[in-house]
Design a protein around this ligand. Sequence first.
Ligand code: NAD
Length: 409
Amino acid sequence: MTSNESILAKLPAGASAITIDAAGALVVPDQPAVGFIEGDGIGPDIWAATRLVLDAAVSKAFSGARRLHWLELLAGEKAHQATGEYLPQATIEGIRDLKVALKGPLTTPVGGGFRSLNVTLRQVLDLYACIRPVRYIPGVPSPVKRPQDVDMVIFRENTEDVYAGIEWPAGSPEAREVVQFLNDKLGTHLDPEAAIGIKPMSRTKTRRLVRMALEYALAQGRPSVTLVHKGNIMKFTEGAFKDWGYELAAEYGGKFAPEGDEAAQDQIVIKDRIADNMFQQALLRPADYSVLAMPNLNGDYLSDALAAQVGGLGMAPGANIGDDAALFEATHGSAPKYAGQDKVNPGSLILSGVMLLEHLGWAEAAQLIPTALSKAIQAGQVTYDLARQIEGAEEVACSAFARQVVEHM
Ligand code: NAD
C-alpha cells in the first residue's frame, strides 16, 4: 500500500472523502474528511482557536446534519521530530487525496539549504492561484477613512513571473552564458557582469488563473473583474497577461462586458488597470473594484497593501488553490517569539477557515463567522495586537478570544 492510499484507508468512522467530478467540481459529503497542518510557533494556538470556531459554526448552521472530520497531516518541526523530514511525502499525498486542507504557519528551517516549506507545497501540488479576499471587519483598527469600501478578492498567479526563482548571480558562469547569448544572438547590450532573472508568462497558465477569477465572479455575482498588469512597459509578458485575460472573458458567451460598453446589461464588467495606477485606485476608489486577477509579483505587493488597508496581516486570510487540491492558510508567519503563550490573534487562520467553508459550499456556516468575529472585537476583548490599537480594549488570550467569537455566533 502506498502512503497515498493510506490516508483514505484510515478515515474515522462516519467520515467520507471529498472528490472531484468529471467537470472538475468538488463533491462534498455531509461529513467530509479535511486535512489540517497545525503549523510551527504560534500554529498550535491559532489552530486550536480556529477549530473551535469552525466546528461551532458548522454545528450551529446545520444542527448536526453536517460535520467536519479533521485529519492531521504532519509538516514543519512536528513532522521533523516524528519522521526526520520537514515535509513528508505522506503529507503531500494526504492533501492531494483529501483535496482540502487548512494550514498553520510553518517556520522556514534555517540552514541546510531548505527552501520555504510553503513555497514547496505550492509548487509540488501545483496550487497555481493564491486567493486573498480583502474585506473590512467592523471594529478592526484601519489606517484609512473608509475601510468599509474595500471588498476585493485577489487572484494572484502563483507559478510564473520573475517570482518563479529562475535567476543566476552576477558574474556566474550561467549568467555570463545567458548574457553572451543575448548580446551575440539577439542584439542586446547587456553588461557581461549582470545578474540575470527570467520572467516567464504563458497563455496556458494565465488562462487557468484568470478562469478561476472569472468563475468566482460568476458564482458569487460579483460586479467586475479587473486584470492588473504592467503591460505598458512589459508588453509581451504583462501585456500578454491582459490580452489573454480579455480573450478568455470573450469566450464566456457575453457574460462579461468590457468597461464602457454602452450596450452592456446585467453583465459582469471586465476591465484592466496598470499596476501602479491600481495601487492609487485601491486607496482612492476602492468601491469600484471587486475581483482582481494579476501576475505573481504584482499580486504579492497588492495583496499585502490591501490587507494593511483593512487592518493588517494579522487578520488577512488566504488560500492557495489548484485543480487537484486547495490549501487554506494564515497569511502571517509562525511568530516564534509568541509560541506556546496563547497570546496571538487567531483571526487570519479563522478567516482562512471561512474561505474553506465557502469552498465546500457551506455558506450557511461560513457567513456566521465574520459577523461573530466583528461583534467579539467591538465588545472590546481582543488579543494583544488589537488591544494596543483600540482605546479602552481589554487584552485576552487567543483561546479566550475564540470562545468570545463562538459566544457571539
Ligand atoms: P511573522 O508573520 O511570523 O511575524 C511578523 C510579526 O507579526 C511579528 O512581530 C509577529 O509577532 C507578528 N504576528 C504574526 N502573526 C501574528 C498573529 N496571528 N497575531 C499577532 N501578531 C502576529 O513573520 P516572520 O517573523 O518574518 O517569520 C517567522 C517565520 O514564519 C519564518 O520562519 C518565516 O519563514 C515563516 N513564515 C511562514 C509563512 C507561512 O507559513 N505562510 C508566512 C510568512 C513567514
